[in-house]
Design a protein around this ligand. Structure first.
Ligand code: ADP
Ligand code: ZN
Length: 746
């Protein structure tokens, strides 16, 4: 595209989705500063709107063209490469480019309402003579006292800090300023989310042979990144993948380039941040961290630190794939199989796939890492589309943990009631307590009891808005819906038949914690899940005490499954491996295999080998058996065969359309109408499923219907779906969501 240095017109998209690009004229006074990626204020209908420049034009055929109003910010806010990425994402993910651009920019940057945090700094106003202070002492002793301190300052200090140290007040300071003896200056102070932490510097470790070979492959690709294929680093848990990332990033920096490291939100722990900040301390701002717990102000500052080029490494969750780094040399996607890389609202992108595309556009190296690669990536590697690197050994020849399967059916026969902890797991815990080693107990379900049933009439206490039962939470003594947040008091009698016959069924982490506390009264036990970790500090604090050995048993949800490294944990108990296995989803088996392998990876990372107990009612399911033998290749082969037989990814792409409406009949009718139109539009090369009620039929008061499509040519399928939808008017209360490469089918 033509990029005249002083454009007469620009083509833009405004932030509000109007599904259209618009042309505006550029006044001569602004022409020099407008660029691709610039943010503008433009007149739109009767108001003004924020917009992003897509292209610079010499001429425009648009009628009634109006001039832009202003340029927002100094430099273009999006690079040309990021815009190119947006132009790929919009058709691929079947959504307007405005929606994509909205997710490319954090809200605080887009709205430009939050700025730098300014603070007042104090300094003396020129030389201050001692006589001046003495003269002041008689009339205003406190002013004199403060002036004495100011006179001795070697550099400006924060006003608040000065007043705190001297225990004097603002009025005294203002008086000095008024007398012309002190000066106040406003300066921007960065809000560094990790500013109060000290990071111990580290240097590159000597690599073992496998690591060395892998790193060599990666760094040699830096020589001709435009020809390099994506690299998949398959390394067992604890094989030192992170160390490879660190050294590969160092090579990128040495070549004058920058790097992005994506990690799943949940593993963006203080430990992770520390590893990157500790290794890269060339300058205080070199590592920027982006995640969802930042305040708006912190996000603003981190983003501008990146945009201005001061930060050269970005560590972050999903949306960090859009970090506006220039001269990108390397993108790392750690735990590339993780489902949290998929965004569940429009644009429903998968950060790993976007990262692969961004790397292609930026001509940089892309490195995907995992102990349990996704079927998609591993399939790409076996077909030669990706380059596969293996780390088969734990660092220092550490042993893989021993996996023991506990058949809960047998346990049940023996003990009648279903036990939360099997006999075997119980005695293993007792053994660890005796040896002063630590235990992790994992259950992917919060709360105390998962349902409240009437033993008389069989009615369950369900959420009024969703088709799921309410979970009993003992610490708040209420029933909660985990999907919509609905909460209710615990009824004394059955709401349906009035009998005093309610019983609690099923259990979550809260009950596991209570059971363990009951069995081992002297053990120090802590629970870690979304209920107990509502504050950020609680999370850090718990991890710190666990590491310090002040906790014997940690009970938790997936919050504890990922990326944590505790050398003294020698036992992991998986309370119920069947939870993930029986979801109505073609990825259920894959997820179970990944989860078991990852959780098991928490055990025995120190000197002592670890032991893992997997409690299950389906001990012979392939996911469990292959995980038990640490057999990724075997698992991959049999799962791949199943996917091929059923026409599922990685063989075919899928698109899932969800139609929802508060009225069931209207949802159904809309779904069926849409399905008919799709049938007319799609060719025979695409498979089109029936319009069916979603497995999760009702959510937040809305009835939900699904249409699933599959095919090879995903761009084409996306376009056809978009075109069909654009032609079909839906009733106002019907919402339609299109999910390309869906991760959840619920
Ligand atoms: P992974 O990311 O594969 O789970 P890590 O990179 O976290 O593995 O490595 C596990 C532990 O081993 C970390 O404490 C790391 O510092 C250490 N480690 C990694 N590589 C080496 C090495 N070559 N020599 C010694 N220790 C290492
Ligand atoms: Zn609900």
């Amino acid at each position: 595209m033509l990029s005249p240095s002083e454009p007469r017109y620009v083509r833009v998209v405004i932030d509000r989705a109007i599904h259209r690009e618009l042309d505006y004229a550029v006044p001569e006074t602004l022409a020099e500063r407008v660029n691709i990626g610039s943010r503008l204020r433009v007149p739109f209908r009767e108001k003004s709107a924020l917009a992003t420049v897509l292209a610079l034009l010499d001429q425009s055929d648009a009628k009634g063209i109006r001039p832009i109003e202003a340029i927002v910010g100094e430099a273009p806010i999006l690079t040309e490469q990021l815009l190119e990425l947006a132009k790929w994402m919009a058709p691929y993910y079947c959504c307007p480019i405005e929606t994509v651009i909205r997710s490319l920019l954090p809200q605080v940057v887009r709205k430009a309402e939050v700025g730098w945090k300014k603070q007042l700094f104090v300094q003396p106003a020129g030389e201050i003579a001692s006589e001046e202070i003495e003269k002041l002492r008689r009339r205003a002793p406190r002013q004199a006292e403060l002036l004495e301190v100011i006179k001795r300052l070697e550099q400006p200090v924060r006003a608040t800090e000065l007043l705190r140290q001297t225990a004097l007040d603002n009025q005294t300071l203002r008086a000095l300023v008024k007398r012309g003896l002190a000066q106040l200056r406003e300066e921007a102070v960065p809000r560094d989310p990790h500013g109060d932490e000290q990071f111990v510097g580290t240097t590159s470790l000597g690599l073992n042979r496998e690591q060395e070979a892998a790193l060599r492959e990666i760094t040699s690709a830096f020589g001709s990144p435009e020809n390099a294929s994506p690299i998949l680093l398959h390394g067992v848990t604890g094989s030192g993948k992170t160390e490879i990332y660190l050294q590969a990033i160092r090579s990128a920096l040495d070549l004058g380039r920058t790097a992005i490291v994506l990690v799943p939100e949940i593993s963006l722990t203080p430990q992770t941040v520390e590893r990157f900040k500790g290794r890269f301390n060339d300058s205080p701002d070199i590592v920027a961290v982006l995640h969802s717990h930042l305040s708006e102000g912190e996000r603003h500052d981190e983003w501008h630190k990146i945009h201005s080029g001061r930060a050269r490494i970005v560590v972050g969750a999903r949306s960090a794939v859009f970090a506006p780094l220039q001269n990108l040399g390397l993108i790392v996607v750690d735990e590339e199989h993780e489902g949290t890389y998929k965004q569940e609202e429009a644009p429903r992108y998968h950060a790993r796939d976007v990262a692969v595309m961004r790397a292609k556009i930026e001509k940089c190296i892309i490195l995907l890492g995992s102990a349990t690669p996704s079927l998609e990536s591993y399939h790409n590697a076996t077909r030669g589309k990706y380059r596969l690197l293996n780390l088969t050994q734990r660092v220092d020849e550490g042993q893989m943990p021993l996996m023991r399967i506990v058949d809960l059916r047998q346990e049940r026969r023996r003990e009648k009631a279903a036990a939360i902890l099997s006999e075997k797991l119980r005695s293993a815990i007792a053994d660890r307590l005796e040896k002063r080693e630590q235990t992790i107990l994992f259950l992917n379900r919060r709360g105390f009891s998962t349902s409240l049933l009437c033993s008389n009439c069989g009615q369950a206490c369900d959420c009024p808005n969703c088709s799921v039962g309410l979970t009993f939470h003992r610490h708040v003594a209420r029933l909660n819906c985990h999907l919509c947040g609905h909460t209710a008091a615990v009824p004394k009698k059955c709401p349906s038949c009035g009998q005093d016959a309610l019983i609690y069924v099923g259990f979550g982490t809260e009950k596991v914690e209570a059971t363990v506390a009951h069995l081992f009264p002297s053990a120090a036990i802590r629970r870690m899940d979304a209920d107990s970790m509502t504050r950020k500090e609680a999370y850090r604090e718990t991890l710190r005490s666990f590491r310090a050995g002040q906790i014997d048993i940690l009970v938790g949800t997936q919050m504890i499954a990922k990326g944590l490294h505790f050398p003294n944990v020698t036992l992991v108990g998986i309370i119920n491996a069947d939870l993930a296995l029986h979801l109505p989803d073609f990825r259920a088996g894959e997820r179970t295999f990944q989860l078991l392998t990852q959780v098991a990876g928490r055990a025995g990372r120190g000197e002592t080998p670890g032991e893992v107990f997997v409690q299950t009612y389906t001990p012979f399911s392939p996911s469990i058996q292959f995980a038990r033998h640490h057999d990724f290749a075997g698992y991959f082969e049999q799962e791949l065969e199943f996917r091929e037989r059923c026409d599922f990814p990685p063989f075919k792409h899928a698109i899932l359309i969800t139609i929802r409406c508060p009225h069931e009949a209207r949802a159904k009718l809309s779904a069926e109408t849409l399905r008919r139109r799709l049938k007319e539009a799609l060719g025979p090369e695409f498979t089109l499923g029936e319009a069916t009620p979603a497995p999760l039929e009702k959510l937040q008061g809305q009835f939900r219907f699904h249409i699933l499509m599959r095919g090879q040519a995903i761009m084409r399928l996306s376009r056809l779906v978009r075109a069909t939808l654009d032609k079909l008017p839906f009733p106002e209360d019907v919402a339609v969501a299109v999910d390309v490469d869906p991760y959840q089918l619920l």
